[in-house]
Design a protein around this ligand. Structure first.
Ligand SMILES: Cc1ncc(COP(=O)(O)O)c(C=O)c1O
Length: 368
């Protein structure tokens, strides 16, 4: 019998995976993680709890204790909270439930690449609309596109990755109104960086509105390795997600970490304040470079577009600066070749020391 390779689903053949190159360097400012590990006392308490757990038993399928305590922390009833393995699994479950063949998701580019990627993987049609050159999106344009395309899922990302822009209340309001007028669809506000921003859509979630706000433990809570995300949504919607997601998908170590981490909320709040301060310092220090474009950010990263030399293509300028930084031991995220972010690089806010290494490297590269 001859070995064969089964054919991948027709609609997945052109799909590329999600890649964020990892290079071994001294200063890694490319994946928007927290530069700080979790508090050691938290790790001790977590390991202690795991030691006592009967590992031959399945975890609590409904993650009740975690949802209870997270709900308390957020001022929301536990029935409005759905937890999963990273907010990526939250997004996937939403698309499995409300997207799928014959349905569409609307998004405003540039935005988080996984909104389109997971849509495609789940067979959901992607309607991608361009933002303005400054990466903002007008409330009227949001309403117009929702009215025109009648999507099943609308994604807004606030602060938006990779641009850093925080969506206005008007934009969120216009999206909800247009979805209401269609009597069809769901608004997903991806707030993976919401803690760093001056406003949030969390307060708009109620028992009726077709609104989901997704958040993660990967950034502020220093738990990217553990994979825990959640969303806040009406109870009827959470119940639908629970029907779709695999049983026992959330392991005991993950549930336990999510719950125990909440005891360190004051420490995390201080960290957010210090990272926001550090972001502002980075922006101020980068602003001295003539021609360097810096986009306003409400997140723990900043998007920049380095100046091109006379006759140089902006994409080549971005790549040149990215390479120059790498040669000096600093890895940032290269968005230079993306059609919507030509020539741009995204810098994750690091520790003060890491940021100083980046600033010195940038000065050298731009001055070269
Ligand atoms: C906008 C946005 N949403 C979701 C995620 C996924 O985060 P998680 O680690 O919770 O899956 C990321 C991660 O970078 C992100 O940037």
């Amino acid at each position: 019998m001859s070995a064969h390779r089964p054919a991948v689903r027709d609609d997945l053949q052109a799909l590329e995976g999600y890649h964020s190159p990892q290079v071994s360097v001294a200063v890694r400012l490319n994946t928007n993680e927290s530069p700080f590990g979790p508090p050691p006392e938290f790790v001790d308490a977590w390991v202690e709890e795991l030691r006592a757990f009967p590992l031959h038993r399945y975890p609590d399928r409904a993650a009740r204790a975690l949802r209870e305590e997270l709900g308390h922390h957020l001022g929301q009833p536990p029935g409005r909270i759905f937890c999963a393995n990273g907010s990526n699994e939250v997004l996937q479950t939403l698309l499995l439930t409300y997207g799928g063949p014959g349905r569409t998701a609307l998004m405003f580019e540039p935005t988080y690449a996984l909104h389109a990627h997971i849509s495609r993987v789940t067979g959901t049609g992607v309607v991608a609309v361009d933002r303005r050159p400054d990466f903002s999106v007008e409330p009227a344009a949001v309403a117009r596109h929702i009215a025109e395309h009648r999507p099943d899922v609308v994604f807004l990302c606030s602060p938006n990755n990779p641009t850093g822009i925080v969506e206005s209340d008007e934009t969120i309001g216009a999206a909800l109104e247009a979805i209401g007028a269609n009597a069809r669809g769901l608004l997903v506000v991806d707030e993976a960086y919401g803690e760093f921003a001056p406003r949030s859509a969390l307060g708009l979630v109620d028992g009726d509105r077709p609104l989901v706000v997704a958040r993660t433990y990967s950034k502020v809570w220093s738990m990217a390795a553990l994979r825990l995300g959640f969303c806040v949504a009406p109870e009827w919607l959470v119940a639908e997600l629970e029907n779709v997601v695999l049983p026992y998908h959330l392991s005991v170590p993950t549930q336990s970490a999510g719950r125990l981490a909440l005891a360190y909320r004051d420490e995390m709040k201080r960290r957010v304040e210090s990272l926001v301060g550090e972001r502002e310092r980075l922006v101020e220090r980068m602003a001295v470079h003539p021609g360097l474009q810096i986009f306003p950010s409400g997140a723990n990263f900043v998007l920049i577009r380095p100046p091109a030399r006379p006759g140089e293509d902006p994409v080549d300028a971005g790549l040149r600066v990215w390479t120059g930084l790498l040669e000096r031991g600093v890895l940032v995220r290269n968005f230079a070749a993306w059609p919507h972010t030509r020539g741009c690089l995204r810098i994750t806010v690091g520790t003060r020391d890491e940021d100083d290494v980046f600033l010195a490297a940038l000065e050298e590269v731009l001055g070269a």
